[in-house]
Design a protein around this ligand. Sequence first.
Ligand code: UDP
Ligand code: MG
Length: 322
Amino acid sequence: MSSVKPLVSIVIPVYNEEACLPALFERLKQWLAGIENFDTEILFVDDHSTDTTPALLAEACGQHSSWRFLRLATNSGSHIAIFAGLEHTQGDCAVFLAADLQDPPELIADMVQRWQEGQQVVWAVREKRDGVPASEMLFANTFYWLMNRFSFITVPPKGSDFALLDQKVILALRSSMSASPYLMGEIARLGFSQSKLFYTKAERVEGETKWNLSRKLQLVADAFTGFSFVPIRLMSYLGMAASLLGLIYTVVVILNKIIVGGPVDGWSSLMVVVLLMGGFQMTMLGVLGEYLWRTLEESRQRPKYFVESAGNLTPPEPLSEE
Ligand code: UDP
Ligand code: MG
């Protein structure tokens, strides 16, 4: 039996989490003390925090040689932050989880075991979520239902933002990640052997969620434009339906004039049609614009993030040209 233990990288995106970090460090230390089957490196990705997070991370990384940090040059959202972290990991596999202890680090051992059994992606799926308002659950459940029903990928139906990826999967992700990414979709799309573990998502230990409504809507737009043609199809169908209705109405107006000799409907009906059609067209242009904008972003091929500073970290290997 080989005595070399696998190295598991743990990527933690962190944005203005000064309230959570002391509890996170404590929990990680306790958990690490009990780990025997694998080695770990922990990589905190500071998503350009504006509180004391950078100082706390630098201090913690000064005390542990296998803890590292990376600070992004702008606040880029947790999906890009996780991606940046994954690009800088050295491990045989990597796990990403949130800094607010909603995802229990203790589950990582089970995920690693699945990976050692041959799974290349292990999703930790939130079966239950403690302390989440009903409106938020409705938003999340509807989103995942729509994604699974109308996109060409399958994501865990109750969502997941805690997962383990094999090194091969990370390489594949690095070479194919889009400019406006919905990370979970990007991973689901890659294939490989994927499996799920279930857990109860705890409440945040401290602080507040960083996902406000506009960020959530942005994610929905990224997810749908990235992995579904349905919005564009819907535009075509709605356009055809509107044209058909218009045609029928025209026939009705003409027949009314010829047969009944009644007056042609006046200003009000005209306004209704004009406003309705105007609204339709603007919405459709908007949907088209969402796809077009992302195509433009993609064609610019700009880096997805810049590293402002780092600690205990070696730069990632460049992807081989093939
Ligand atoms: N996060 C980040 N950048 C952001 C927003 C959030 O790196 O712009 C991190 C955050 O610090 C946390 C994780 O992403 O570790 C999940 O965020 P949060 O807990 O606010 O989201 P929720 O659990 O409410 O979905
Ligand atoms: Mg959270």
